[in-house]
Design a protein. Sequence first.
Lengths: 407, 407
Amino acid sequence: MRIVVLGGDGFLGWPTALHLSAAGHEVAIADSGIRRAYDAELGTTSLVPIRGFAERAQIWEAVSGRHLHTFEGDLCDPGFVARVVGGWAPDTVVHFAEQRSAPYSMIDRAHAVHTQVNNVVGTLNVLYAIADAGRPVHLVKLGTMGEYGTPDIDIEEGWLDVTHNGRTDRVLYPKRPGSFYHLSKVHDSHNVEFACRIWGLAATDLNQGVVYGAVTDETARDQRLATRFDYDQVFGTVLNRMVVQAVLEEPLTVYGSGGQVRGMLDIRDTVACVRLAAEHPAQAGEYRVFNQFTEQWGVRDLAERVARLAPVEIKIDELDNPRVEAASHYYRAAHTKLLDLGLVPHLLGDETILGLLRLVGRHRERIDRSVIHPTVDWRSTRNAIRLDGPTADLPGGDLRHVGPRPR
Amino acid sequence: MRIVVLGGDGFLGWPTALHLSAAGHEVAIADSGIRRAYDAELGTTSLVPIRGFAERAQIWEAVSGRHLHTFEGDLCDPGFVARVVGGWAPDTVVHFAEQRSAPYSMIDRAHAVHTQVNNVVGTLNVLYAIADAGRPVHLVKLGTMGEYGTPDIDIEEGWLDVTHNGRTDRVLYPKRPGSFYHLSKVHDSHNVEFACRIWGLAATDLNQGVVYGAVTDETARDQRLATRFDYDQVFGTVLNRMVVQAVLEEPLTVYGSGGQVRGMLDIRDTVACVRLAAEHPAQAGEYRVFNQFTEQWGVRDLAERVARLAPVEIKIDELDNPRVEAASHYYRAAHTKLLDLGLVPHLLGDETILGLLRLVGRHRERIDRSVIHPTVDWRSTRNAIRLDGPTADLPGGDLRHVGPRPR
């Protein structure tokens, strides 16, 4: 298959592209570089050093003998999307290319607007480009388990059979997301479902859980192929961030009592899930949703797991929760469709956590302690976060200064 | 109460502002003039002549003795929103200020993007301005019955009690809208519900049906206070458009067999509903939804009703449906909450249709036959609609040319 990975320079887009390439597909990566621009804005950097966009594509070519096409541009630019989707003629478009941090979207108004515009407009442009492609193109779109929130009923995979007043219909599963970022993914889901309905597009929406881990079979082949590792309050994810705290021999922090339960998965399963979805495409007109996680974990349980494996004794601190979310709640989410396609999960074993402790330990000198503590408060509309660069310099979709044009 | 009507120059925003002013409230209207810019773009104009934004506010003042504040600006400009919401300090923000045409949003990619960005960003800016106001401000937001689509179960007012696998939760009613415009309102609904949840905002979402009629008690006081009357394929609504066809002695047109059923209401009920919602505000933290319509009508039944009252014999033509929607379907939607607040509906009587026939007859010379026939096809991504002006000149939120900024 010809597969383009949008957002192919990101934490997951990059290893997914390598995995698809290693599996024998002809792969292109497209990226605007915006994730690196967020680093410049926030004064952060990947814990694990990463090479430049084009450079590491060449390294992959040298290591694997397989070519990786590169497109540098922004999905908010419809001409760029047309060149990639119309011009390069992929069979499958894997779409990771969104602002993916909930705290980033909650910094202030400008970051909320940037997140929703960047994500919604990029996806609309992709939908139009696929509709205009003149041949079947399967969209594999990254959503998030956070779209569902934490309802008091079982979470199904995207759709729900509802019986009400004696009648039954199959409806999109009701959403109650927890940040302007998660909302942007809900908006996308509705837009994508509509495009399937009116234009006969084929789409798979992967509602992914929280990813942990740092290394895949492909990135392990050369250290210059490493993907980024984020541990800061804005882009870091929970397990990876706790490992950094453990290496620093500092208390592991949970929000509130840590009773939040989330679906989680190993980065090696992310790349496998995307491949399985691509290799088993949706039908024309079908909008299908897979819940992409392998295990449910309570946040405190995770912290205790990391603490047990840490080289020194470490305690767990409860922070005032900067987010507005249930401290403890019912949580039971279906996740069988990817297993049915053949996913063999890497469940969270001690070896994975120990491997992360070793990896972070090797880069210990690069840790910036000042970016870990959460300062983005959901209840505030203007969070005082250190910004090293101006938001307005970000490519694509920043609307702080959009107003009436002179007529 | 101090009430600002955003979109106060539009078809419904203008008569709502007058109605609130006549009821004794201190009213301001805010508008960017974008609806008049759409006219320039599409080469259309209101059938009933309308006065300029500031001019008719002054006429109202002369006629009623009540002042109407005016703010000219765009909700995509956060500074403007802060001046209106923070500066003028309303108790209630009535938000009509969105691109409101489904066909407009389906013309092509640029119009879809414009619609979603304009509506979503404008509403986000309003939410942030209210959160920053430092005092309670009730948001009364215009949604649409089209957010629900036509599910095979009863439609409730915004929320639904779902029992699933033996457990029950109250969830946002699942949405399945039928255009990128309707989707923009779904996106808004999710964003507004979230703002209520995290910031304690009080919001009423009015999911309005299809409005017919042209005159309210207040606009009737002076012909210079008339609100706009649209009959073109893009901004015209079904009953008003059929009346224009009847006056032209041309066949009334329905899409397919005309079996579509929609909630509908008289323009006099629109203004009353908004007043009732404003005068009975939501609680802090409450996101409530009222389904704002008074009767369900099948489109063919409406056409037969108009045909029966037309001065000459007129037939009903079935057009290929340019939209992707069910030709006939179950439809039963709750609409009791506004009745509970005291709404006394103007049901669709012969007098209303005869009054519309007389009104349109008086302006018969102004009818442009070329703008009635539907040419915006949901299945096409590039509709050949006559555009007299460029989309890019529209104020606020057009993203055709947004791409990476030079760095």
